[in-house]
Design a binder for this molecule. Structure first.
Ligand code: ZN
Ligand code: ZN
Length: 476
């Protein structure tokens, strides 16, 4: 494959940015700048352009000092070097009723009428400006629409990838012989594709950002990549049961490869269900999509419930056939599918930027936690000890249980408030509101002294956490 433009795509660019890089360089909004007066004058002038420096070009004499189009000698020159009718129209600099090849053909016939021998002087069949790419436009458009049959969309963005040497050669010829302000090849190709689609009455808008469909055409191989862009839904979920992971969790034994794994019965999953799939699968089916990605505002441990108004999330629906569906129906499908394990109250459509907003949010949260300890008989002492944590800034070293995936450091986190303390025999529970990023279980059992102070240190008894619920995520 030839070296194409643009050069190296930065690895940190996300998908969206990458596509933007390939998108046709500025759909040239400037039209042709024409000076018809000058053209007429040139046509009437008998004075030949200086032609003393001819040399051989593919067996024919080519005048390298030809003036640029729209001068007749300029047009004659580009015809000699084999320009196609599309490019002749594009760089010929003449206003016309016709478009594309038809308009170029008019210019060509005018030129043949001026010079009877011109036709026989043409040196080659392959247009040196476009390598006859314009002839493939019908074929390209057909393939794009074939691959989109059954897919809803209203906007498309086209990008064209051209070999660098073709672009350079085209630019050289166009800037030397083309009329001023001629369309560059890339924009002209994109424009021709748009025109072809419009003339076949397809109801579609062409956009430069956030399209439903991105099409990348490789001008060298004529490969056409059609990308149906994802759609995004924002909502909040409640997780009403324990032992349910937020996202798909690959099987530990086969690492998700599934084939013949006894441990996961070939599913590739450690847990058969997840919040992601309980919510995402009915939506994927309803919208005829390929897959989903789940972007939560943080996540609770697998054994932790998430109650109250729920945890904000963005569901990314990949390659959907339908881009619209009544939201009420989607909510019903989710709640029915999750049968009381997960619930959602509302949904709204959003765009990709909502993911960053959700991921970047640092909200305080309220929890209820229950633990067991020996000898909680002195209820007043225990209650006072737990209450003493209210308003305290604690030091938390990275918990042992996550140290394999988190950097070791000590964080300072504020326990905003503590209330609803309840003691029942050897068990106690209480609610607490904490700064984002507080490890709550560790705040109770101290994680072997890595969290200071803790409930364990305050009551001076070993504490075993029984369960934890997220009561509220205080996001807007
Ligand atoms: Zn051409
Ligand atoms: Zn497995």
């Amino acid at each position: 494959m030839a070296e194409d433009e643009p050069k190296a795509v930065e690895p940190e660019l996300d998908e969206e940015d990458e596509w933007q890089l390939y998108a046709s360089a500025g759909y040239a909004s400037t039209g042709f700048i024409l000076d018809e007066g000058a053209t007429a004058e040139d046509e009437n002038s008998d004075e030949p352009w200086f032609d003393g420096d001819d040399f051989d070009f593919g067996g024919n004499t080519v005048n390298w000092d030809a003036p640029p189009c729209p001068a007749p000698l300029g047009i004659a020159h580009v015809i000699k070097i084999g320009i196609c009718d599309y490019c002749l129209h594009r760089i010929g600099g003449r206003r016309s009723e016709e478009r594309g090849a038809e308009a170029g053909a008019v210019l060509r016939h005018e030129a043949y009428a001026r010079d009877e021998e011109l036709q026989s002087k043409t040196t080659q069949d392959l247009c040196p400006l476009c390598e006859n790419l314009f002839e493939d436009i019908g074929n390209i458009v057909e393939r794009v629409f074939d691959s989109l049959s059954g897919t809803d969309f209203s906007t498309i963005q086209f990008g064209i990838h051209l070999p660098k040497d073709l672009i350079q050669e085209e630019d050289r010829i166009r800037s030397r012989y083309g009329a001023p302000a001629s369309y560059p090849l890339k924009s002209a190709l994109v424009e021709a594709i748009h025109h072809r689609i419009r003339s076949s009455n397809e109801e579609v808008d062409f956009v430069k950002e956030r399209p439903d469909i991105m099409v990348l055409v490789d001008g060298l191989t004529l490969r056409v990549d059609v990308d149906v862009r994802p759609i995004f839904l924002y909502g909040r979920y409640r997780k009403l049961v324990r032992d349910l992971p937020q996202t798909r969790w690959p099987c530990r034994a086969c690492r998700g490869r599934a084939d013949d794994c006894e441990s996961c019965n070939g599913t590739g999953l450690q847990y058969p269900d997840s919040v992601q799939d309980l919510i995402g699968e009915p939506i994927r089916e309803a919208l005829g999509a390929d897959d989903t990605s789940f972007h939560g505002m943080g996540r609770e441990d697998i054994d932790v419930r998430c109650l109250g108004s729920g945890r904000p999330f963005v569901l990314e629906v990949k390659r959907p056939s339908k881009r619209n569906h009544p939201l009420d129906d989607l909510i019903c499908r989710v709640n029915e599918n999750a049968s009381g394990r997960v619930e959602i109250d509302s949904f709204c459509w959003c765009d990709r930027s909502k993911i960053h907003e959700v991921k970047g949010s640092r909200s305080e949260k309220t929890y209820t936690i229950r633990f067991r300890a020996d000898d909680l008989a002195d209820e007043e002492m225990v209650t006072n000890a737990i209450s003493s944590l209210s308003g305290v800034v604690i030091d938390q070293e990275t918990p042992k249980r996550v140290s394999h995936r988190r950097a070791a450091k000590t964080r300072k986190r504020k326990v905003v408030s503590v209330d609803s303390i309840l003691i029942e025999g050897n068990e106690a529970q209480f609610s607490l509101r904490c700064e984002a990023g507080t490890y709550i279980k560790e705040l109770v059992h101290s994680d072997e002294g890595r969290t200071k102070p803790s409930v364990q240190s305050a009551i001076d008894r070993e504490c075993e956490v029984l369960w934890l619920d997220v009561e509220e995520i205080h996001a807007d």
